[in-house]
Ligand binder design. Structure first.
Ligand SMILES: Cc1cc2nc3c(=O)[nH]c(=O)nc-3n(C[C@H](O)[C@H](O)[C@H](O)COP(=O)(O)OP(=O)(O)OC[C@H]3O[C@@H](n4cnc5c(N)ncnc54)[C@H](O)[C@@H]3O)c2cc1C
Length: 391
């Protein structure tokens, strides 16, 4: 079992096999050595550390949730713990991987034909090709299921896509962007893999975000973008399939929330033992210990919930409401935790150099993306009452 100072307080890492623990350890070392020392500089400048991609690729973690197609496999628990490890050092890098390995690869894995999976997933697992996922639009966020306005019109062996997307992570540089659009003929939402450089596709980087500033979010315009039928995800014929992808990735975001909270907690614990006031370390004051224990409780409860969710996923028993409850609960606990950590650092908590401030800012985006607290609550509410309350 870990010692008491370890934020994995109940030793969840012991649930992994040796290979899984190695992967977590490799990820931790990479993030601590290569990312932590430089990330604030990128955050301040709203830039992405492209030179880190080969190092992340070498970790062999893209596609951990999937079997075959060049993916490392490993299952939902390992996939979640890796997402947590990434977020524990930097929520932006975790989001970058969440979009690439979760949303984009997940769409292809869950909704692509055999041939499409063979075509796209191996280079994505090697991270030679990077993915993005375009669902949200400037005027439609929470209401995408019924309100999506981007259109897809069949024209012989091609489709013509028209519309706009907002917030699309990685899209400024991604090789493959999964675009969700409404088929004008049957009114259903379908998925298309649009390759970088396709005529009519334009991406503009969103700037001046106060959270996840390293993530390159884009506004996308699709002006009569032509894609072959072979690039339409063959097993996605309605929003039900999009929801399957979100079921998978919302669990990943819950793990990210654990990582974001845990990173802030660990910095706060370290600070509490160093910072002296009234002639002793502030960690010796009861009220400061109270903050630390509340943080640890949040991190532990959230991590245990995610670990059980991962077991349900592995058994094929996880439903939308299981992921939704985890996403809503863990992000609420994360937001509270990073606030406590900031409080514990006093004025130093708002200085970027002390790391915690970045977690506070980044937590705001994690709180809202992949379904807000309200929307995920409504998913659970519908499941427990049998009554939909979305509109
Ligand atoms: C940093 C970041 C990265 C993102 N990356 C991506 C990406 O890669 N791809 C992608 O497709 N999208 C992405 N998104 C979009 C994200 O998923 C949406 O922001 C999210 O779904 C919420 O939509 P919205 O921001 O339009 O808020 P809105 O839907 O406008 O909601 C505003 C408020 O109204 C509330 N609300 C809405 N409907 C209801 C209701 N029925 N009942 C009660 N309350 C309601 C919401 O909970 C929220 O508090 C990203 C967002 C951010 C911030």
């Amino acid at each position: 079992m870990p010692n008491a100072a370890d934020a994995d307080f109940y030793g969840l890492e012991q649930l992994l096999d040796d290979a899984g623990r190695d992967a977590v350890q490799r990820t931790r070392e990479f993030m601590t050595k290569e990312i932590e020392p430089v990330i604030n500089r990128y955050w301040t400048r709203e830039e992405f550390p492209f030179e880190a991609i080969p190092g992340i690729a070498a970790l062999g973690i893209a596609g951990t949730a999937y079997q075959g197609y060049g993916c490392p496999g490993g299952g939902p628990l390992l996939d979640g713990m890796i997402a947590m490890e990434l977020a524990r050092v930097d929520p932006s890098m975790s989001t970058f991987m969440g979009v690439h390995s979760g949303l984009a690869m997940g769409s292809i894995y869950l909704c692509g034909s055999e041939e499409q999976k063979q075509r796209w997933l191996p280079p994505m697992a090697r991270m030679e090709k990077i993915g993005a996922f375009g669902l949200t639009e400037p005027d439609v966020g929470s209401g995408v299921a019924g309100g999506l306005t981007t259109t897809a019109r069949r024209s012989g062996e091609e489709w013509v896509l028209s519309g706009q997307k907002k917030w699309i992570g990685n899209a400024t540089f991604a090789d493959y962007i999964v675009i969700w659009a409404r088929d004008l003929e049957d009114g259903q939402v379908k998925g298309f893999v649009v390759e970088k450089g396709t005529p009519g596709l334009a991406t503009t980087k969103m700037t001046d975000k106060i959270a996840l500033r390293v993530v390159q979010n884009a506004h996308i315009t699709l002006a009569d973008v032509r894609v072959p039928e072979a690039s339409r995800l063959q097993n996605a014929d309605s929003f039900k399939q999009t929801a399957k992808v979100l079921r998978l990735t919302r669990a990943g975001v819950a793990w990210q929330a654990v990582g974001c909270a845990r990173g802030a907690y660990e910095h706060a614990l370290d600070y509490a033992t160093q910072r002296q006031q009234f002639g002793k370390p502030i960690g010796a004051f009861q009220l400061v210990q109270d903050l630390l224990v509340k943080m640890l409780s949040n991190v532990t409860a959230s991590a245990c919930l995610c670990a059980r969710l991962a077991q349900l996923q592995a058994e094929g028993a996880a439903r939308d409401e299981h992921s939704a409850l985890a996403k809503a609960f863990c992000t609420v606990r994360m937001r509270e935790t990073v606030g406590y950590a900031r409080e514990l650092l006093g004025g130093n908590g708002i200085l970027l150099e002390n790391q915690v401030g970045r977690f506070v800012a980044d937590s705001e985006a994690i709180y809202s993306y992949e379904g807000t607290r309200e929307i995920n609550t409504l998913v659970v509410g519908r499941a427990i009452t049998g009554l939909g309350a979305f509109v």
